[in-house]
Design a protein around this ligand. Structure first.
Ligand SMILES: Cc1ncc(COP(=O)(O)O)c(C=O)c1O
Length: 407
């Protein structure tokens, strides 16, 4: 595809106008929306309103007057259509790590006769770390990791919960939620899916796949801003039987009765712990609102097409890169990784030329294609810049020898 053809494809794209909903800096090609989503144009005004008009003017009355007290449940309800859930099955709360802890522990407690949390090696680190924390805390529990291809066969009668990430953070591999969930259920195990790289990027049908539990990030494709609160999902049929191990007052049935003893709230609200972060939730609501009225099937198909174009152009124009993601879009999320021995330095050289992707150790150059605001010409220009960086050996700069704290 030539640059003119890429531009023509953008011009013919009915989703192209969505890009105008975002305040992207001029001249930057942003291919890191899978790490931190772009800023929606409406977010600054919304935050200003919540800060100055709501907090500044109404002070504590805001909890009732502005619906702050119900914000976590309300924001969860807005995320629900993006992941195939009912509005009362999703809650915005805490970080993804903390939500993993809450749901893993709740799942283990609901299967007291089973000792294993089953996952795959090289799952996102926090997923494994939180599982290790839960297993270390509950007597007789362990974390077992099994290579993905052998995972279904390893679901035995001792598995309490299968913990997997739907779209792998590094490779972009997309797992089959329906098949793995069915296999887990056939052996009496629960499933917990991490949707951090899926929500807002690929189709997810939690209800249709009979999923028990899920978590995901608010700051990636959902555009909630740095450190945005995360979400969790608990299937309606499980909500009354699961107990959060973090039995904070905001998950109590009557927090303002100030009882000494914990009694979980009915429904999804029991998975709240402390006071909800109102500013963070307001920003996340704006991020999620960018999907309003959008044809999701068309949006996700566009994400796949952007990835396909990137793979084709890199392989056509750049040597030394090995595709580390599935070639077939049906098995991939909305990001693509290529392995290269100088991936970190190449990534820094690209950023210096205003093409922003990221590096994942040990050798992966990862590019995310958030379909709400990425165009085909962006992909073309990004690869053109990559080809120039390689041709000119721009990556071979002593400044790129030492890694920054965040890569
Ligand atoms: C799959 C996955 N899970 C969880 C997280 C992060 O969790 P937290 O929001 O707790 O930092 C990430 C961050 O990149 C991720 O990719």
């Amino acid at each position: 595809m030539t640059r003119d053809e890429a531009r023509a494809r953008d011009a013919a794209d009915p989703l192209r106008g969505l890009r105008d909903r975002f305040a992207l800096p001029d001249g930057v090609i942003y291919l890191d929306g899978n790490s931190l989503g772009a800023l929606p144009k409406t977010t600054p005004a919304r935050l200003t309103d919540v800060v100055t008009e709501q907090w500044g003017r109404d002070l504590i009355a805001g909890w009732n007057a502005h619906g702050w007290i119900g914000a976590a449940v309300r924001a969860g309800g807005a995320i629900a259509p993006l992941i195939g859930a009912q509005a009362d099955e999703v809650l915005v709360a805490d970080s993804t790590s903390v939500n993993l802890f809450k749901l893993l522990a709740a799942a283990c407690m609901a299967r007291p006769e089973r000792g294993t949390i089953l996952s795959e090696p090289e799952n996102f680190p926090t997923d494994l770390y939180m599982a290790q924390g839960v297993a270390g805390m509950l007597a007789g529990r362990r974390v077992k990791t099994v290579a993905f291809d052998d995972l279904v066969a390893a679901i035995d009668d001792d598995v309490a919960v299968v913990l997997l990430t739907h779209v792998h953070y590094k490779s972009g591999h997309k797992r089959d939620i329906a098949a793995i969930t069915a296999a887990a259920h056939a052996r009496g195990a629960l499933v917990l899916w991490d949707l951090s790289h899926s929500a807002g990027a690929v189709a997810v049908d939690l209800n249709g796949c009979d999923v028990d539990l899920a978590v995901g990030c608010g700051y990636k494709y959902l555009n909630g801003g740095p450190g945005a609160p995360a979400f969790l999902y608990v299937a309606r049929g499980l909500q009354e039987t699961l107990r959060s191990p973090l039995s904070g007052w905001m998950g109590h049935a009557a927090p303002f009765d100030f009882h000494d003893d914990y009694a979980p709230a009915p429904g999804i609200a029991r998975f709240q712990c402390g006071t909800p972060p109102i500013l963070g939730i307001a920003a996340l609501e704006e991020g999620v609102a960018q999907f309003d009225g959008v044809d999701l099937a068309a949006l996700f198909a566009k994400g796949q097409a952007l990835c396909d174009l990137y793979v084709a152009l890199v392989e056509e124009r750049c040597t030394g890169f090995v595709l580390a993601s599935p070639r077939d879009g049906a098995h991939r999320g909305s990001h693509v990784s290529f392995a290269h021995p100088h991936a970190y330095a190449i990534c820094q050289a690209l950023i210096a030329r205003r093409v922003v992707g990221d590096f994942r150790a040990p050798d992966v150059l990862r590019m995310g294609f958030a379909p709400l605001y990425t165009g085909f010409e962006d992909v073309w220009c990004a690869v053109d810049t990559l080809a120039a960086v390689m041709r000119e050996r721009a990556w071979n700069d002593p400044a790129y020898r030492f890694r920054a704290a965040v890569t």
